[in-house]
Design a binder for this molecule. Sequence first.
Ligand code: DP6
Length: 366
Amino acid sequence: MLKPVIEPSVNAEDFAGQASWAAPSNIAIVKYWGKHGVQLPRNPSVSMTLSKALTGTRLHWRPGTGRLVAFSASGEADAQFADRVAAYLSKMALEHPALARLDFGVETENAFPHSSGIASSASGFAALALGLASAVVAESQGAEASLPEDGPAFRSFAGRLARLGSGSASRSLCGPWMAWGQTEAFADNAEKPTDDHAVPLDHVHADFSTWRDAIAIVDAGKKAVSSSAGHRLMEGNPFAETRFGNARQRTLALDRALREGDTDTFVQIAEAEALELHALMMSSKPSYILMRPGTLAVIQAVQEFRADTDLPLCFTLDAGPNVHLLYPASAAAQVEDFIHDAVRRYCDDGRVLMDAAGEGPTRLKD
Ligand code: DP6
């Protein structure tokens, strides 16, 4: 089949419908690392939704055959990114007949700095999936045509589409806390966490909705090994089964800590998960290291600060060198002084992105 020509800019007049969404990134406390089948997680994961690391995406559609026909990222044509989105859209056309009858134009923009080392796949796929879910509502007849966009059925549907783009994106559909993947934890949650899509957590202690995330940008460069490659390397990792069991146990312990407001347990789980994630990378074949000297320096400074002050500041890491510093609003004044005095010196251009727990995506004016 001939590859369709993707126009490098989007002209709204060429399309019949549109929907615009802003979706946030999220930071996992229990990590998703290892997958199987069609983007299904090997273990449950739990994350805090952020509020400032947002992607805004306007999706345009017209009658067609499930192709991407026009694309711009931050007002520019980005051929590599366009190819990834085109492949995703043609997969999504197989997920729902309404999507198979449409062609798409996509305009997308990140609210966070371009080379900040912050992964945009969670916020990017969440915003795009919400646009697709809006297109399904607009273009379907029957029950789907009246799905309210602020209801759980719409969110679950969009969450499934987001997961198929990037697993962690499914956890960006609501806030401030979400869980994805089958687990015995959260038994009395209104929606049961499943492998299909993430669900918002109902019984989280109010203190945890005030938590902040200061992201110390130790290295703003592109990471050497993608998350997708990292997930694949879990097949054959000698510690894989132990790891999946640890994540299941920590999900149960985090459930209790989140509902009771137990910050000591939270801190212990967050740091154990971050270090285990990177230990898995170091024990993969081939082995790789994404931490930098600055990563370790920030980790050490955080642990010393906690020992000195008894304040519940902890760190976590994604699949990269940057350090997420997590703390409650009640400790913000002291922690932010500490970041200024003892963390910025290890960061690229002194950069630390200040973020906080958020409520999830918003539909923007079209
Ligand atoms: C370390 O969701 O980026 O951030 O499903 O292949 O797109 P794909 O992977 P992705 O993996 C995220 C891994 C992580 C941990 C987490 O967010 O749970």
